[in-house]
Design a protein around this ligand. Structure first.
Ligand SMILES: *Cc1c(COP(=O)(O)O)cnc(C)c1O
Length: 405
């Protein structure tokens, strides 16, 4: 790819130093070609050509920068990686085919046989599968701990602990962990702190600035924001991303250029969308608290949430996901869900469209009744990932749900 050096005023990253997220979201990572395109092109090519055999040799050996093959590098994917690195405040990023591929790649790059991982019990269900089924197969030991209890993290530390992994706030109960505190615990024990920042996105929380070593995302959620594709990314120091890049190149869970382009376009509206998601969710949470038939609302933006102060310190907003409990258990929860007409009944989240789901029988259905109870996934719990519809239309739809109780 030829970069037009004559047009240096075109959003090169040096000019973006110190710019706000809104600016980074639309300007970072773009390198124009000599076509002078305004929008980023999609480079749908599997490989790249060289002018001479000597040039091919120089690029293959790494002496000269350049693209070789799209499993290794692709300009559209690189633009997405740079934009995510800029937003998270990391030196580098590695894009992956999905959020799960990002999590697996981080593990494969940074864990060895005989290592030990401490993982929050309140992580995405498939993440639990990676840590409970696949990591032990690689000879990695895993302990699961209570997200909100610092003592349980500390007590789980072993001499071979090399990674602490968590999501904050958690899904669906909106519980938090103190990232600064956990990063100290990780670093005094020579371990990495890895944070799945899918729920907050860099707009609301930048874990690297709070001491995390690596941030991972399911870009499928808010980064795309419109339910169009699956993708993932990991962000961190150049050193930490180097091992990850090597894993990606050798094992191949790379992101397609087309999906990278969709995600690039998604990021451009991310700050605006997140603000709107937060406003709608905040208003719905307060409104739900006042409705008859609802016994509890879980949202870290509510003043009576036990970790509301931490949420205010650690985040720039409270996110778009809330949960609430209806009286009458699963039957009532299902009646509530089935009585809505506007919101989508799906376990997806981070979409422009509001989604509603019953965690106990969907996202958390594989937990035993006892584990559900321990995790707070009670039968009457309903999760809403609040979208961008008008708030009064959303309330009207949830009134239908309440009428069904
Ligand atoms: C969806 C999700 C994932 C998995 O991402 P995929 O893109 O579906 O592979 C990981 N973590 C969280 C918090 C998620 O919501």
């Amino acid at each position: 790819m030829t970069v037009n050096k004559a047009e240096q005023r075109q959003g090169y990253d040096a000019e973006l130093e110190g710019c706000a997220p809104q600016t980074l979201a639309v300007r970072s990572g773009q390198q124009r070609t000599d076509v002078h395109e305004h929008c980023e092109p999609i480079f749908t090519t599997s490989s790249y050509v060289f002018r001479t055999a000597a040039e091919a040799a120089a690029v293959f050996s790494g002496e000269q920068p350049g693209n070789v093959y799209s499993r290794y590098t692709n300009p559209t994917v690189a633009a997405f990686e740079q934009r995510m690195a800029a937003l998270e405040g990391g030196e580098a990023a590695v894009a992956t085919a999905s959020g799960m591929a990002a999590i697996l790649s981080v593990c494969m790059a940074h864990l060895n046989q005989g290592d030990h991982v401490i993982c929050s019990r309140s992580v995405f269900g498939t993440t639990t599968t990676v840590f409970s089924k696949y990591m032990p197969k690689m000879g990695v030991e895993v302990s699961f701990v209570d997200l909100v209890d610092p003592q349980s993290w500390e007590a789980a530390i072993r001499p071979n602990t090399r990674m602490l992994f968590l999501e904050t706030p958690s899904n669906p109960l909106s519980e938090l962990a103190d990232l600064k505190q956990l990063s100290q615990l990780a670093h005094t024990n020579n371990a990495l702190l890895v944070v799945d920042n899918c729920f907050c996105t860099p707009v609301l929380q930048q874990p690297l600035k709070l001491g995390a070593d690596i941030v991972v995302h399911s870009a499928t959620k808010y980064i795309d924001g419109q339910g169009r594709c699956v993708g993932g990314v990991a962000i961190g120091s150049a050193e930490h991303m180097k091992e990850l890049t090597l894993f990606m190149r050798a094992c191949g869970p790379s992101l397609s250029p087309f999906n990278a382009w969709i995600l690039l376009k998604g990021i451009e509206t991310l700050p605006l969308r997140i603000k709107a998601h937060c406003e709608n969710a905040g208003e719905l949470a307060q409104w739900l608290q006042q409705q008859p038939g609802i016994s509890k609302v879980h949202y870290c933006g509510l003043e009576d949430h036990p970790q509301h102060q931490l949420a205010k310190q650690q985040q720039n907003g409270f996110g778009g996901v809330l949960a609430f409990e209806v009286e009458g258990g699963q039957e009532a929860a299902w009646r509530f869900i089935d009585s809505t007409r506007l919101v989508s009944i799906t376990a997806n989240l981070g979409d422009a469209r509001t989604t509603i789901t019953h965690p106990a029988s969907t996202t958390h259905c594989r937990l035993s009744d006892e584990d559900k109870q321990k995790a707070g996934i009670v039968p009457g719990l309903i999760r809403v990932a609040v979208g961008l519809e008008d708030i009064s239309d959303l309330k009207k739809d949830l009134v239908r749900g309440l009428a069904g109780l």
